[in-house]
Write a protein that binds this ligand. Structure first.
Ligand SMILES: [Zn+2]
Length: 399
């Protein structure tokens, strides 16, 4: 205890003798503590100032500038804007927290003071960047005009793709003019759906009555045929004005077709036989094309082997017997049976008759070949009445 009192006394004496030094030292120590305390926990903070364009900004840390650059980059679509942003010179300082610039306002200042970058409106198709125009432009008016460009009364239209617009920062050198972006908008694909109504005719069928009392070539209408009529309502989808699909919503028969009935004569002409099969019997054959097939086939195509004998279908006079192209018929024979009735035998190999010969039904007049417009040995057989080809089925039955 005695020892402790002695130390306290020594200290007191030291303080008394050095009072001029201790007081300022204590003041200095308190000031330093005060500054440290206020910088760390009060309103003041270490900060960095820098100039950008004509503005001076203050940030908490130099990395805030990079964060602002990242914001601009993120909002620049495909535009490479980074190269246009200058790196500032930072000065360390102490600043009030409330006066610090936040990252977003730093980004705005950079945009306002960087000539190479502008605020733009970007057009995206299915999320993909397509083009952009300078300024915060509402492209709605132009998009609406483009979307409805194929509209008719009551149609519903939509863009085929998902079209979106958004604000972005973009290099000034890469933005398009309003006219250029309107041109892009006017080419966006549009789907238009319309309801279409109309009528169409339904063909009638023909019943043939054979009359043995009338000569071949006779043809009379017993009952006139008439078309049926059907009304319909379709939902039609157009892409850029062209029909792409159609769905029948409603169909109604207004009038049933009524059958035509005709009478044809089958009696022999001038003492000969009536029509007979134009090939010699016993040979294998295949019907490869009927009357009316494709674009109005004028007769029957009967396929077989080259050299199969071809017979006169009825007695008559040879009016043509020639080889060559003959308009695609190749080597052919034409027989005149009188009364406006003729038969034609085309694509033949050899001819056994000449013009002026009188032939009887069943007589061999030529052999089957592959001449003219033909892709294999066959006989093209026609029956012509008063210059028009008729269906051989009328006289020879179904084959
Ligand atoms: Zn043919």
């Amino acid at each position: 205890m005695q020892q402790f009192l002695s130390i306290v006394k020594k200290c007191y004496n030291f303080a008394k003798e050095n009072i001029r030094i201790i007081v300022p030292a204590v003041f200095a120590l308190v000031s330093v503590i005060a500054v440290i305390v206020s910088v760390n926990s009060c309103d003041l903070t270490v900060a960095y100032t820098f100039s950008y364009g004509d503005k001076t900004l203050c940030v908490r840390d130099t990395v805030d500038f990079n964060a602002a650059k990242t914001i601009i980059k993120m909002a620049s679509a495909t535009g490479d804007v980074e190269n246009y942003i200058d790196e500032p010179v930072f000065t360390k300082t102490v600043a009030m927290r409330s006066q610090l610039d936040n990252v977003n306002s730093v980004a705005e200042t950079i945009i306002e003071n960087t000539d190479g970058i502008v605020v733009a409106t970007i057009l995206r198709v299915n999320g993909e960047y397509v083009a952009c125009v300078e300024g915060e432009t509402s492209l709605d008016e132009y998009l609406e005009k483009s979307r409805t460009r194929y509209d008719k009364d009551g149609s519903v239209s939509a863009f085929v793709d998902k079209i979106t617009t958004e604000k972005a920062y973009y290099p000034k050198s890469q933005v398009k003019t309003l006219d250029e972006i309107i041109e892009v908008i006017d080419k966006l694909s549009v789907k238009t759906v319309s309801t279409v109504s109309g009528k169409y005719n339904v063909a009638y069928s023909t019943t043939v009555i054979k009359d043995k009392a009338k000569a071949v070539g006779y043809r009379a209408t017993k009952t006139a045929g008439s078309y049926g009529v059907v009304s319909y309502t379709d939902e039609v989808t157009y892409v850029n004005g062209k029909e792409s699909s159609r769905e029948r919503l409603e169909s109604k028969t207004i009038k049933q077709p009524s059958n035509e009935v005709i009478v044809v004569g089958t009696a022999a002409i001038s003492g000969g036989n009536s029509f007979r099969w134009p090939l010699a019997g016993g040979y294998f054959y295949t019907m490869t094309s009927y009357y009316g097939d494709g674009r109005g086939h004028k007769g029957w195509d009967i396929a077989g082997s080259t050299g199969t004998p071809i017979c006169a279908s009825m007695s008559g006079v040879v009016t043509e017997a020639s080889s060559g192209w003959n308009g695609g018929y190749g080597t052919k024979v034409v027989l005149d049976h009188g009364n406006g009735v003729k038969t034609v035998y085309a694509h033949c190999q050899k001819l056994y008759v000449k013009v002026g010969d009188v032939v009887t039904g069943g007589q061999v007049i030529a052999t089957m070949g592959n001449t003219g417009r033909s892709t294999g040995p066959h006989l093209h057989f026609e029956i012509n009445i008063n210059g028009s080809a008729v269906n051989p089925e009328i006289y020879l039955g179904k084959r």
